[in-house]
Design a protein. Structure first.
Length: 356
């Protein structure tokens, strides 16, 4: 079965409600009906009260086709630039290419407050990711990114949970972001065969948690939704197009070697980097290669903001652009203190047969 490839259009935004990227969509000869996903970075704090995500979602979603997903990640600390990525279908002919990047999107059911960060969320994400991989007719190893936007617990949701006679996974709204990201990422790991469901649920309970993670999961949490929005990207031999992707992990926030290896693969194919999707977190040990860091003990700036700035600067220097998707909080998204990385790139037709 053949599948249409996708294109990725990246456009800067002047504020979270800015819809000017629609002009870039038109300039590329695409219509709103072609959009599968809008994935953006907004300039809020990336925490529970980040209204920039909600504003962006409320502006974009009324314009989009039914079934399109939005993923807005708050926080453009350091040199990171606010922007959106429009993932669009590309039904054009691309002679000279022997494979292409394909995508599928979906949503889980709405999660009850008591389910956030717990086993039902793991299973809901696993089921959705598995379904999307199946729709694309991909083997799990062909998947390069499973991007999820998941809910968090607000004060209102905590109250509703207690009113239902249930206990939330945590009383701390900020901590609920990490719990939700963890559950979503473990669901991805199970769906892609990176761990068993038993291992994922044990990790969720804190058993051998550091050893269980996905190299292709990217999860962020927000108050703007109650279910999970999911985007799956993979390379298919049943498609033909110029986009490719490679993925890997950073072992810590200064892992230049691993990043250089991914960019070297792109260079070897004569490719041009289109976008980088990366997770970043403050190492929970409090150390980076034996040196103490203060990201976890800073009472003024949350650790996720420190991590985004650090990894964003490193990636921007390599990619030559600051409009990168760097998301903070990497629970089970790469090794502890590190994070998953996916590089999307474009290759010319005459180099397509050598693509990864």
């Amino acid at each position: 079965m053949s599948h249409p490839t996708v294109d990725l259009i990246r456009a800067a935004t002047g504020d979270p409600g800015d819809l000017s990227p629609l002009a870039a969509l038109a300039e590329a000869g695409r219509a709103v009906s072609d959009v599968l996903a809008v994935v953006g970075k907004t300039e809020g704090n990336g925490c529970v009260n980040d209204f920039s995500r909600t504003l962006a979602a409320s502006r974009w979603e009324p314009l989009l086709p039914a079934g399109t997903v939005t993923v807005f990640s708050g926080g453009t600390e350091g040199v990171l630039s606010p922007h959106v990525n429009l993932v669009v279908t590309d039904a054009g002919a691309h002679p000279g290419h022997d494979r292409g990047l394909v995508a599928a999107v979906g949503r889980t059911r709405d999660l009850a407050p008591a389910e956030v960060g717990r086993e039902p969320q793991v299973r809901a994400v696993r089921e959705t990711v598995s379904r999307l991989v199946g729709e694309l007719d991909l083997a799990p190893d062909d998947v390069h990114l499973a991007l999820v936007k998941c809910p968090l617990l607000t004060s209102e949701r905590l109250a509703a949970c207690r009113a239902d006679g249930a206990e939330p996974v945590t009383e701390d709204t900020y901590a609920s972001m990490g719990a939700s990201r963890a559950a979503a990422s473990l669901g991805i790991a199970v769906a892609l065969g990176e761990c068993t469901e038993e291992a994922a649920l044990a990790a969720l309970r804190g058993e051998d948690a550091a050893a269980v993670w996905s190299s292709r999961a990217s999860a962020s949490a927000g108050a703007e939704l109650t279910g999970c929005h999911v985007l799956v990207l993979g390379t298919s031999r049943s498609a033909a197009g110029p986009l490719r992707a490679v993925h890997g992990t950073m072992r810590d926030a200064i892992d230049l070697e691993s990043l250089s290896g991914l960019f070297a693969q792109v260079d070897a194919e004569g490719g041009e980097v289109v976008q980088v999707f990366a997770k970043a977190e403050a190492d929970p040990s409090g150390l980076v290669r034996g040196a103490r860091h203060t990201m976890l003990t800073d009472s003024d700036v949350p650790a996720t903001r420190h991590a985004r700035a650090a990894v964003g600067g490193l990636l921007a220097g390599l990619a030559g652009t600051t409009a990168l998707y760097v998301s903070g909080g990497a629970e089970h998204q790469g090794p502890p203190g590190g994070g998953s990385v996916t590089v999307v790139y474009r290759v010319p037709a005459d180099r397509a047969p050598a693509a990864s």
